[in-house]
Design a binder for this molecule. Structure first.
Ligand code: ADP
Length: 259
C-alpha cells in the first residue's frame, strides 16, 4: 500500500510539473513573440520621422546655408551625424527583429566578388583619408561565388567600418580575399586598438561593446558584429577574430562554395 501511494504520488508530481511548465511556457513564448513584434513595429515606425528629419536638414542647409554662422553650421553637421547614427541603429534593430522571426529572405545568386569588393572598399576611402589611414585591398583576379549581394555588402561594410573606427590616425587597414580549392576567405586586418582576450568571445553578442565609453564616443550600439555573424551563418560560413591589444585585430570570414 505504501509503495502504491508512493507511485501515485510520484506520477501526480510529474504530471503536475509537466502541466505547470507547459502553462508557464505559453505566456513566455507569447510575450517573446510580442516583444519581437513590438521591436519590429517600433523600428519600422521610427524610420519615417528619421528620414523626414534628414531631408529637412538638407533643405534648411540648401536654402539658408550661406547665412549660417560657423556655430550654426557645426550644429547642423552634428544633427545630421546623430540622425545618421540613429537611422543605422534603427535599421540594424529592424533587421535583427526580422531575422528572429525568420522573415528575412536571402537572395542567393552567382556573381564575381572582385569588382563588387573593389567598389565596397572604395566607398570607405574618403573616411579612411580623413583619419589618414592607408586602406589597401589584396584581391584575386576574379572570384565566382554564390551569395546574397546586398547582405555580403553589409557584412563587408560592418567589418570595414569597425576596422576604420577602432584604428587611430595614420594606421593601416587591409582587406584580403583568398581563394582555395574548397573554400574562400575574407580577412580585414587593422592596426587599431585591439580587443582584450576576455571580450573576444562576447563581441558577437547583441549590444556588447568593449569599454562602453570608448564605443559610445564613436557612435556605436554594439549590433554590427551580431548582424555580421548572422549573415555569415546564413551563408554557412564562419567568422573569427585574432587580436593583440594596442596592435590590431584581424576578422576572418571563411565560406565554402555554395552549390
Ligand atoms: P559597434 O557598433 O559597437 O562597433 P559591433 O557589434 O560592431 O558594435 O562591435 C562590438 C564591439 O567590438 C565594439 O563596440 C568594439 O568594442 C569591438 N570591436 C569591433 N571591431 C573592432 C575592431 N576592428 N577593433 C577593435 N575593437 C573592435
Amino acid at each position: 500500500v505504501f509503495l502504491c501511494i508512493l507511485v501515485i504520488f510520484f506520477i501526480a508530481a510529474v504530471w503536475l510539473s509537466l502541466t505547470m511548465s507547459k502553462k508557464a511556457m505559453i505566456p513566455i513564448q507569447r510575450s517573446y513573440r510580442q516583444q519581437q513584434q513590438f521591436l519590429a513595429d517600433a523600428s519600422h515606425e521610427l524610420r519615417t520621422p528619421l528620414s523626414i528629419m534628414n531631408t529637412s536638414l538638407d533643405v534648411i542647409e540648401l536654402e539658408n546655408g550661406k547665412d549660417f554662422t560657423s556655430y550654426t553650421k557645426e550644429v547642423i553637421v552634428d544633427m545630421k551625424e546623430e540622425v545618421g547614427r540613429m537611422s543605422r541603429m534603427v535599421h540594424h534593430l529592424l533587421l535583427l527583429a526580422r531575422s528572429d522571426s525568420g522573415s528575412v529572405e536571402f537572395e542567393i545568386v552567382a556573381f564575381d566578388l572582385v569588382p563588387r569588393m573593389r567598389q565596397w572598399v572604395q566607398a570607405f576611402e574618403a573616411i579612411a583619408n580623413q583619419k589618414e589611414i592607408v586602406l589597401n585591398a589584396h584581391l584575386p583576379r576574379e572570384l565566382s561565388i554564390k551569395g546574397d549581394i546586398e547582405r555580403m555588402k553589409q557584412l563587408v561594410y560592418i567589418l570595414l567600418d569597425n576596422a576604420i573606427k577602432y584604428t587611430p590616425k595614420h594606421g593601416n587597414v587591409n582587406v584580403i580575399v583568398d581563394q582555395q580549392s574548397k573554400q574562400w576567405s575574407l580577412a580585414i586586418q587593422d592596426t587599431g586598438v585591439g580587443i582584450p582576450i576576455e571580450d573576444r568571445r562576447r563581441i558577437f553578442d547583441r549590444f556588447y561593446r568593449v569599454e562602453k565609453h570608448r564605443s559610445r564616443d564613436e557612435g556605436s550600439a554594439g549590433l554590427g558584429l551580431s548582424i555580421a555573424k548572422w549573415i555569415v551563418e546564413a551563408h554557412h560560413g564562419s567568422i573569427e577574430v585574432e587580436s593583440v591589444v594596442n596592435q590590431g585585430s584581424t576578422f576572418t570570414v571563411k565560406f565554402t562554395y555554395l552549390e
